[in-house]
Design a binder for this molecule. Structure first.
Ligand code: ATP
Ligand code: MG
Length: 430
């Protein structure tokens, strides 16, 4: 290979969560995510080897600048990827490594020299995973220092802070040479943890919470509540836009929409105004739990952040939690608003979330919501209504939304018998 343009990409992942049988699941999920993220490059081969995944084009041709853009953008969507390097895949023998370093080093050296920072500093970091290779890692590093230093007038060794750091990974069937690492998003590949259902509003926080759940390996489906006709169609359009953005980080999840308005009217008519928000949230948790069972999701995720608004005081969160036995994850619980805005900006949802639009929670919302609800008080409030009836009304209004075009179809219950019973009872109700 005489071309100085890279022909391979080395992907690294953290090994902490990789004990025993999990390793295979983890690696396969990572390869699947890589394939999805790089699906626009059609001739890639993925080589899975302990601790690393090496990608090259089937023809072994160099990557183009257009490929590089796709890689830089796509790999930021692959959770589990710790870092990656663009570099050169060569045969595992000394001559091949010398040749590729000989071909590529002058360009890096000239670049550094022209930057005008005096002598150019250099080091090599070698990793010999293949014990059959004749030189040990350190011997390889010394070999190249002896080879390169005399060839370049202004080249100096610097083991701590070198301007040019050549990485060499020697494996049995290939060797990879590179000049630097790029960070990946980290986390675990989607599929490494159990799937979850995210309660997704059009706000800034819940898309960030979905992103963080995916980052720790959970595939996410989405549930949004609306109150049509009191909320406009734009409320759902906005959520569709957000789902399209965050679904790019995983195999697309399902978007469910639930119309709460019939149940909200009963809450409005029968309970004390200041408790409405907590009562809405408890109903949302019950609906979400039931739907999670239906679609096989193990936990609920919200964008709650401690004390951000009335429904998120410690006391109110406790009362809201108590509406369901299901685990509720709140990845943003300690975030300041500026931090969750920065996260939303980074993942590309902030602009969409900033579009002003009515939310289901604001329909018949109290002007002065209680911040200190107790279970006792809320139980009394709920005893003024039939909470099963409320749940049935809400479940009867669940649809599946195609986020690409906003088209809806009814959600079909299969798993929970009660759900079927309540939804048919409620559709028969006046
Ligand atoms: P904001 O950026 O306005 O805080 P948010 O999404 O955090 O937006 P909150 O009113 O703070 O909205 O609600 C807290 C959490 O409750 C949300 O993060 C979300 O998980 C859930 N939630 C609120 N409203 C809805 C809704 N209409 N549909 C689905 N989930 C909702
Ligand atoms: Mg919030």
């Amino acid at each position: 290979m005489s071309d100085a343009t890279h022909n391979a990409i080395l992907c690294r992942y953290g090994e902490i969560a990789l004990k025993g049988r999990n390793r295979g699941i983890f690696e396969r999920a990572l390869v699947t995510a890589l394939k999805r993220a790089l699906s626009d490059i059609d001739d890639l081969r993925y080589i899975r080897e302990r601790g690393r995944i090496l990608l090259h084009r089937k023809s072994f041709a160099a990557f183009t600048a257009a490929h590089d853009d796709l890689v830089a953008e796509g790999l930021q969507r692959v959770f589990g990827l710790q870092s990656y390097s663009l570099g050169y895949m060569v045969e595992s023998n000394l001559e091949a490594i010398e040749k590729i370093v000989g071909n590529t080093m002058p360009r890096h050296y000239d670049q550094e020299l022209q930057a005008g920072n005096g002598p150019v500093t250099y080091r090599m970091r070698a990793r010999r995973a293949n014990k059959f290779f004749p030189l040990r890692s350190q011997e390889l590093e010394i070999h190249f220092a002896d080879l390169l230093l005399p060839q370049y007038d202004n080249l100096q060794l610097d083991l701590d802070n070198a301007a040019i750091s050549i990485g060499v990974e020697v494996r049995e069937n290939w060797t990879f040479v590179h000049y630097g690492k790029m960070p990946g998003p980290g986390g675990l590949p989607v599929g490494a943890s159990a799937p979850v259902l995210v309660l997704l509003s059009g706000g800034i926080d819940s898309p960030g919470a979905a992103y963080l759940a995916m980052k720790r390996g959970s595939h996410t489906n989405f549930l949004t509540f609306h109150s049509a006709p009191y909320t406009p169609p734009e409320t759902i359009d906005k959520v569709c836009g957000i789902v399209l953005v965050i679904n790019r980080f995983q195999k697309p999840g399902l978007l469910l929409a639930c119309n709460l308005v019939a149940a909200q009217k009963i809450i409005r008519d029968r309970t004390t105004e200041k408790y409405r928000t907590v009562l809405y949230r408890r109903l949302m948790m019950r609906v979400a739990s039931r739907l999670a069972t239906e679609i096989g999701d193990r936990a609920l995720v919200t964008g709650d952040c401690l004390a951000q608004v009335a429904s998120q005081t410690v006391q109110n969160l406790e009362v809201i939690n108590n509406a369901t036995d299901r685990l509720i994850l709140r990845p943003l619980i300690s975030y300041d608003k500026t931090e969750s805005m920065a996260l939303a900006r980074r993942i590309g949802t902030l602009k969409l979330s900033e579009i002003q639009c009515a939310d289901s929670c604001t329909v018949f919302a109290p002007s002065n919501p209680a911040t200190n609800a107790t279970l006792n008080v809320i139980d009394k409030q709920e005893s003024r209504m039939d909470t099963d009836e409320l749940l049935g009304l809400a479940l009867a209004g669940v649809t599946v939304v195609n986020p690409a075009n906003g088209e809806t179809s009814p959600f079909r219950f299969h798993r929970t018998k009660e759900a079927q019973a309540t939804s048919s009872a409620s559709s028969a109700a006046p």
